[in-house]
Design a protein around this ligand. Structure first.
Ligand SMILES: [Mg+2]
Length: 277
């Protein structure tokens, strides 16, 4: 993937505990004890509801099925509209949280009270491909595309091809000619060059992802102060609204992604202000 922005939060309990300790005039030793206690808080606490939404809600399943049903419809429409002499048709898909469901990795982080670490992700990617499942609707869409003669390319920022192929095969997806269709990360997480390589030979009908950078690098978080970076990303999506649902199809990912990058360790400050008392 790799997940971005999975930072530990300063929990309300930590702040409350330290404030209480100071307010009661506790000694330095007591305050230290409080700090040690709070350091043991699970850094995944902030992500718990997002994980549960993905892992338990019927609404998440419905969102994914809706996205893939519309992707299939758009595929049929775009295929019917394609001039016969065009380059062969293709779709470009991201893998993690677009095709492959890595909920098991998130469960590991939560169980072990760990923040996201690339070393742990690398172990998941390498050693646990048979624990990866499929995002709802992905298989039906992929198989429909393949039946229609559309080549499915996977452009992913994973780095290991063999376990990734194992994960696809284990979930019953075709791995025919996969060596040409699986474009993993080599030197950069920027997918532009890999997309371009496909676009030069194929007429890409659809792009499917869970992160805006699966569609274009224009969505990389800009080097601005966080509030401006957040506003800039949202404004860009408004500007490119005509692409979403047309040839850019996005899946929900409330757990991790580019969207978390500007939030940092004090996400609550980005909640919309209100006059309500
Ligand atoms: Mg992804």
């Amino acid at each position: 993937m790799a997940p971005i922005g999975q930072t530990a939060r300063v929990s309300a309990a930590l702040v409350a505990g330290l404030t209480l300790g100071l307010g009661l005039g506790l000694t330095g030793t007591a305050a230290l004890g409080q700090r040690e206690t709070t350091q043991r808080l699970n850094p995944q606490e902030r992500t718990l509801d997002a994980n549960l939404f993905v892992q338990t809600s019927a609404e998440y399943v419905a969102c994914c099925l809706q996205a893939y049903a519309w992707a299939s419809e758009r595929l049929r429409q775009r295929l019917a509209a394609a001039p016969p002499s065009e380059r062969p048709p293709a779709v470009i898909m991201d893998l993690d949280e677009t095709v492959l469901d890595n909920a098991g990795f998130q469960s590991f982080l939560d169980r072990e009270s760990k923040p996201y670490e690339s070393a742990a992700w690398n172990r998941w990617e390498r050693d646990f491909p048979t624990e990866m499942r499929l995002v709802p609707g992905a298989k039906g869409f992929i198989e429909e595309a393949e039946r229609a003669g559309v080549t499915v390319f996977y452009i992913s920022n994973r780095v290991l091809s063999e376990p990734t192929i194992t994960a696809l095969r284990h979930n019953g997806l075709s791995t025919e000619n996969i060596g040409e269709r699986l474009l993993l990360q080599t030197d950069t997480a920027d997918k532009t060059a890999r997309r371009k390589a496909v676009e030069e030979k194929y007429r890409v009908l659809l792009y499917v992802g869970d992160n805006l950078r699966d569609f274009s690098e224009i969505f990389v978080t800009p080097a601005l102060a966080p509030p401006e970076a957040i506003a800039a990303r949202r404004a860009l999506v408004e500007r490119y609204a005509y692409r979403f649902g047309a040839d850019w199809l996005i899946l929900p990912n409330p757990v991790y992604g580019e969207w978390k990058t500007p939030l940092g360790n004090e996400p609550r400050r980005f909640l919309r202000p209100t006059k309500m008392e």
